[in-house]
Write a protein of this length. Structure first.
Length: 141
């Protein structure tokens, strides 16, 4: 699903004293996007957990480009930047639906672990899911 987009309307409570989205909320938006994207790909988090696999976040990088305010809608386009079976990096292009301006450029870094939080290789643990990630990576290469 290379053309997946996630639309998110900004709520009033997500804004700060200046009336713009507080910077910390973008991390939530990225996670909401990942959850919906994995659902659409047929790999919901529940399926990973049913196989004893977790996908912890190792890091988040966000470059803030333009602000949005209450009532605005952002469009988030996720993509796989890096994937090797043990780790992956998800990139996100986030734009303002109305203006088309880039709001943020972001990435989240992840690894795959077992229930004991020990790193695993998804290529061995779940070849079906691994092949989907590999296909997504190949689209972006």
């Amino acid at each position: 699903m290379e053309n997946f987009i996630f639309k998110r309307k900004i709520n009033y409570y997500e804004t700060d004293k200046m009336g713009v989205v507080h910077h910390s909320n973008y991390i939530r938006y990225l996670e909401e996007t990942r959850c919906e994207w994995l659902q659409e790909l047929g790999m919901p988090f529940e399926a990973f957990e049913a196989h004893g696999i977790t996908i912890p976040v190792l890091g988040v990088n966000i470059e803030y480009k333009h602000h949005v305010t209450f009532g605005d809608t952002i469009i988030i386009k996720p993509y796989i930047k890096e994937y090797n079976g043990v780790r992956m990096v998800v990139g996100y292009d986030v734009t303002d639906e109305k203006t088309g301006k880039t709001v943020i450029i972001a990435e989240t870094k992840h690894c795959f672990t077992n229930k004991d939080l020990k790193p695993i290789n998804l290529k061995k643990a779940n070849p079906e899911f691994s092949s989907k990630y590999q296909a997504l990576l190949n689209i972006n290469c």
